[in-house]
Design a binder for this molecule. Structure first.
Ligand SMILES: CC(C)(COP(=O)(O)OP(=O)(O)OC[C@H]1O[C@@H](n2cnc3c(N)ncnc32)[C@H](O)[C@@H]1OP(=O)(O)O)[C@@H](O)C(=O)NCCC(=O)NCCS
Length: 221
């Protein structure tokens, strides 16, 4: 407990929202936030309170919440991972997060894998996600990692799914012909698109697909 307190991260955003290391007392609120943020995701892909408590034991320095007072309004879960941009291994979201338990965390992994970022809809557009990505960037530098990567959900696909395949949609997002509400926002933050991961999760709104995106540690955001 003492070690966790000693390593606690704390940063206040201009809006007054505090980004800090997740503690076990946040677990129930985090589970509720998952339902609010990912309403279409299959229940087995939602993180639950017991799983959050386990993440804190496995990789405490990689778990963050955004707080408005005592209220959890944003969060991100991460783990370390061996990743090669030129030789990407297909995996599902469920597999990569160890079924939600983070048993897949590789203590010597050279990249930070962001499992999710979620912000309460009532708090969006205030820089909270950017604050969480910056916090992850600080962590990459502290741990000497190459950078952070994730698979961003192609959430805008649902609106055009009758007009094009998810492959075409991905190409259009990559060429900046379509602004995707998640992946294009992540690009605005500084991520680069590095690949398409099909059959990544069970969410028809994104055609079950995501874009592999990377943000090198040296890049200022
Ligand atoms: C994606 C998400 C995390 C963004 O959170 P947020 O706190 O509103 O984002 P921020 O306020 O930090 O915005 C970051 C940048 O994106 C821009 N942005 C955010 N939402 C946008 C939108 N819908 N359209 C255009 N730009 C947008 C902001 O203007 C900002 O750019 P700037 O720095 O140039 O001003 C939030 O919408 C969310 O939780 N979505 C559902 C869950 C999800 O898809 N998570 C990501 C995949 S795991």
């Amino acid at each position: 407990m003492l070690a966790q307190e000693k390593n606690e991260y704390k940063k206040t955003l201009p809006s007054g929202i505090v980004i800090t290391t997740t503690k076990s007392e946040h677990a129930e609120q985090l589970e509720a936030l998952q339902h609010l943020v990912f309403p279409h995701l299959a229940e087995e892909e939602i993180l639950h309170a017991d799983q959050y408590r386990r993440h804190i034991e496995i990789f405490p320095e990689g778990q963050f919440v955004a707080l408005d007072g005592e209220k959890v309004v944003g969060a991100t879960s991460t783990m370390r991972y061996h990743f090669d941009t030129d030789d990407q291994k297909h995996h599902t979201f469920f597999e990569i997060m160890g079924g939600g338990w983070l048993t897949t965390h590789e203590p010597h992994g050279d990249w930070l894998y962001g499992l999710d970022v979620g912000v309460n809809p009532a708090y969006r557009g205030k820089g909270i996600a950017k604050g969480l990505y910056r916090t992850r960037q600080d962590l990459c530098r502290r741990l000497g990692l190459k950078g952070q990567m994730t698979v961003g959900m192609l959430n805008g696909y649902d609106a055009v799914k009758d007009k094009m395949s998810v492959d075409e949609y991905y190409e259009k997002v990559k060429r900046k012909e379509i602004f995707d509400p998640t992946v294009s926002v992540q690009e605005k933050i500084g991520f680069e698109i590095a690949g398409l991961m099909k059959d990544y999760l069970n969410d028809p709104t994104c055609g079950n697909a995501g874009a592999v995106i990377v943000l090198y540690a040296e890049k200022a955001i």
